[in-house]
Design a protein around this ligand. Structure first.
Ligand code: FUL
Length: 470
């Protein structure tokens, strides 16, 4: 085997992330806001015959909503601009069924404007959810509706500044109001919406936005609404339709989203969506069922810690504010997130590798705190160990490993030893793998052994004590 010149990076392996996907990977956590007529009717899915007048928050405060979410360490917000009930929460030209018919702000309200402006004021990214299923629209099920959907998307993508993510739901229950028809309408999920054309439109209007759906094209649904990816979860994926043919939003073997596919031909990382409450919308009866800080931490490990993102829904109440209970959990989680990973114990350790590609890719690149440098093995070398020598016993509870994903997902397995004893092992790594020990361990030396399908790249081997002793 010829040795590559020491300063030449390893050749890329398999499917690779795009620039917009790489930027998205850095976000890791962001929020959903579900707020619509359902908040006022106590439903999860509105039928589409709701009077827009019922959407009337009594004390709406976009700053309070955005600040509460920001305190949770979340870096962006995806606003449900229209849910399945069809009420457009901005003054759209495409239908009368919109917020201008609500008494809120005397018919001059624009929820999308207020939330997007507040996001910018607070340094948060802003994204949009626009339900493809529309139980209000008379044209739903006909070609005209697809044009309407694209016009609505165009309004959202041209009037509210940069959009970081566009969210296309796969749900479609059939029956609805449909302009008074009150009937069930079936569509062919594979062909009706003309997704490729819609996604071209998104690309044209917001080239930096990632597009989410059950099948991507940028971000995949993890296949559950419980906020976790499988322990082995690959960023690569080839979505397959329910019947084994072409996949489409709402028509996939979605359970496969939890794991992805090793060596899949698309880079399609998982987004793990979940609500901070049992429902997606606020219900008074769920005020005492808000997720605890401990539960949010656990989900963070099972989403971000498995190479995905954590999309946490925070539904405002009828005032148009985030309830105290949710605020408390968000703050607790955000405070933990800020301190848990603030001090990387690997930074003070002596790091060595079983083999190295040369100075540019030395073992120390994995502990330099820089995202764009990495340790790599020479061509032909697909097993290696990295060893951290702390010089004295240190106590830790979490290890964070990141591959240089710009070159693809390469690692197949890893094994972690503390002072020579195996303490953990796993498979997929990708953009971020968190290994949490049930109890803190104390060790002077940590070794991680990797096997891969191509020369190994490690941009970070981090060591943390995320729980303070008490
Ligand atoms: C689902 C919808 O049916 C839920 O109401 C919610 O919006 C969730 C995020 O996606 O498919």
């Amino acid at each position: 085997m010829m040795m590559a010149s020491p300063d030449i990076a390893p050749a890329p392996y398999g499917a690779l992330p795009s620039a917009r996907q790489l930027a998205w990977h850095q976000l890791e956590t962001y929020a959903f806001i579900h707020f619509s007529p359902n908040t006022f009717t106590d439903k999860e899915w509105g039928y589409g015959d709701e009077d827009p007048a019922i959407f009337n928050p009594t004390d709406f405060d976009a700053n309070q909503i955005v600040e509460s979410i920001r305190a949770g360490g979340l870096k962006g917000i995806i606003l449900v601009c229209k849910h399945h009930d069809g009420l457009c929460l901005w003054p759209t030209q495409t239908t009368d069924h919109n917020i201008s018919r609500s008494p809120w702000r005397n018919g001059k309200g624009d929820l999308v404007r207020e939330i997007s402006d507040a996001c910018r004021r607070h340094g948060m990214k802003f994204g949009v959810y626009l339900s493809p299923w529309d139980r209000n629209n008379a044209h739903y099920g006909k070609p005209e509706y697809v044009d309407i959907y694209r016009k609505q998307l165009t309004e959202l993508l041209t009037h509210y500044g940069p959009i970081f993510e566009v969210w296309h739901d796969g749900a479609n229950g059939g029956d609805g109001f449909y302009g008074g028809a009150r009937e069930s309408r079936q569509i062919d999920r594979r062909s009706y919406y003309g997704w490729p054309e819609t996604w071209n439109l998104v690309r044209k209007l917001q080239p930096n936005a990632v597009i989410f759906s059950d099948v991507g094209p940028d971000i995949r649904w993890v296949g559950n609404e419980s906020g976790f990816a499988a322990e082995t979860s690959w960023a690569t994926y080839d979505p397959v339709g329910e019947d084994g043919t072409l996949a489409a939003p709402g028509f996939t073997r979605y359970a496969e989203g939890e794991t992805g596919h090793r060596n899949g031909t698309h880079w399609l990382p998982a987004e793990c969506d979940v609500s901070i409450r049992p429902g997606w919308f606020w219900h008074a009866a769920e005020d005492d069922k808000v997720r605890s800080v401990e539960n949010l931490k656990d989900l963070y490990y099972k989403s971000v810690g498995r190479g995905g993102s954590f999309l946490l829904n925070v539904p405002p109440d009828r005032r148009g504010r985030v309830h105290d209970q949710d605020v408390a959990s968000l703050r607790g989680f955000g405070n933990w997130l800020k301190s848990a990973f603030a001090q990387d114990l690997a930074r003070g350790a002596k790091v060595s590798a079983s083999d190295t590609r040369g100075a540019t890719f030395a073992a120390s690149r994995s502990t330099d705190g820089k995202a764009d440098t990495y340790f790599a093995t020479p061509d032909g070398v697909t097993t290696a160990t990295l060893t951290l020598d702390f010089g004295h016993p240190v106590t830790l509870d979490t290890i964070r490993i990141r591959e240089a994903i710009v070159l693809g997902q390469r690692i197949d397995t890893f094994k972690i030893s503390a002072d020579g004893d195996e303490v953990a092992s796993g498979t997929s790594v990708g953009s971020c793998r968190l290994v949490k020990f049930a109890k803190p361990i104390t060790t002077a030396r940590l070794t991680v052994q990797f096997t891969a399908s191509a020369p190994i790249t490690i941009s970070e081997l981090g060591v943390f004590r995320t729980e303070s002793p008490n």
